[in-house]
Design a protein around this ligand. Structure first.
Ligand code: SAM
Length: 230
């Protein structure tokens, strides 16, 4: 079990994550809108989608409510997170699976789409994780990653940290301490955030086409990658 899975595989932590929903719910909701719009534009017939690191199922719920995909596989490495997703997502279209994206895995049949929300920053080897995604997609299949990214330089990373403090309405005199604590908390959660160019580079190295960052808002970004037809 990875350090990040261990951190989330705790009933109290999972419950807290599920009830608090997100660090910044409006920003995350906007990210989900962008992700759904992209999927609908690229895959008009929907099909089979798998979510990696789905946690308690926030984005899988958006996919289910959209009525757009015929099958949704909700996966996560932490059973305590997945069990809360099971309680919320009731549909014959939805299946659940424990899946550690740092290990090799094979889907029963090739997928039309693979998605992930705020989870791949826990992957120590992002190239390996996206290579696994590549292998499990059908030709023409879509990988869409929404994730927690780092700034490109220490200076821009600091601007991101300041924006996180603004979101939490931290009083000006407490911001330096708050920023330090936020960084420590992220390290404890097993965050390995990388700047945009690392994501773009590993997606290209894995063999994807149309690799792009289609949306970015401080620490959140959405990456698109499409598996070639050959
Ligand atoms: C910040 S939560 C995001 C959950 C959900 N996708 C969301 O948007 O609310 C990160 C999730 O990634 C999962 N995770 C971390 N490392 C993982 C791994 N190696 N394999 C699968 N899931 C992992 C955690 O268990 C946790 O549920």
């Amino acid at each position: 079990m990875t350090e990040a899975i261990r951190a989330y595989n705790d009933p109290e932590r999972a419950r807290k994550y599920h009830t608090q929903r997100a660090f910044d719910p409006p920003r995350k909701a906007r990210m989900f809108e962008v992700m759904l719009d992209i999927l609908q534009a690229l895959l008009p017939s929907g099909g089979k989608v798998l979510e990696l690191g789905a946690g308690t199922g926030d984005f899988s719920k958006v996919l289910l409510d959209s009525g757009f995909f015929s099958q949704i596989q909700v996966t996560d490495g932490a059973e305590e997170m997945l069990s809360l997703a099971r309680q919320d997502l009731h549909s014959e279209q939805v299946t659940f699976q424990l899946l550690d994206f740092t290990k090799p895995w094979t889907a029963p049949e090739p997928l039309d789409a693979m998605v992930s929300s705020m989870a791949l920053h826990h992957a120590p080897d992002k190239l390996f994780t996206v290579q696994q995604a590549f292998q499990n997609l059908r030709p023409g299949g879509v990988l869409l990653i929404g994730d927690h990214v780092a700034g490109a330089t220490p200076q821009t990373h600091h601007l991101i940290a300041l924006e996180r403090a603004r979101v939490k309405q931290v009083p000006a005199e407490e911001v330096p301490d708050w920023v330090e604590q936020d960084q420590e908390a992220q390290a404890r959660q097993g965050n390995i955030c990388e700047p945009l160019d690392v994501y773009l580079s590993v997606l290209q190295q894995a063999g994807f086409l149309h690799v792009d960052c289609l949306w970015r808002d401080y620490w959140m970004a959405v990456f698109l990658a499409v598996k070639p037809y050959e």
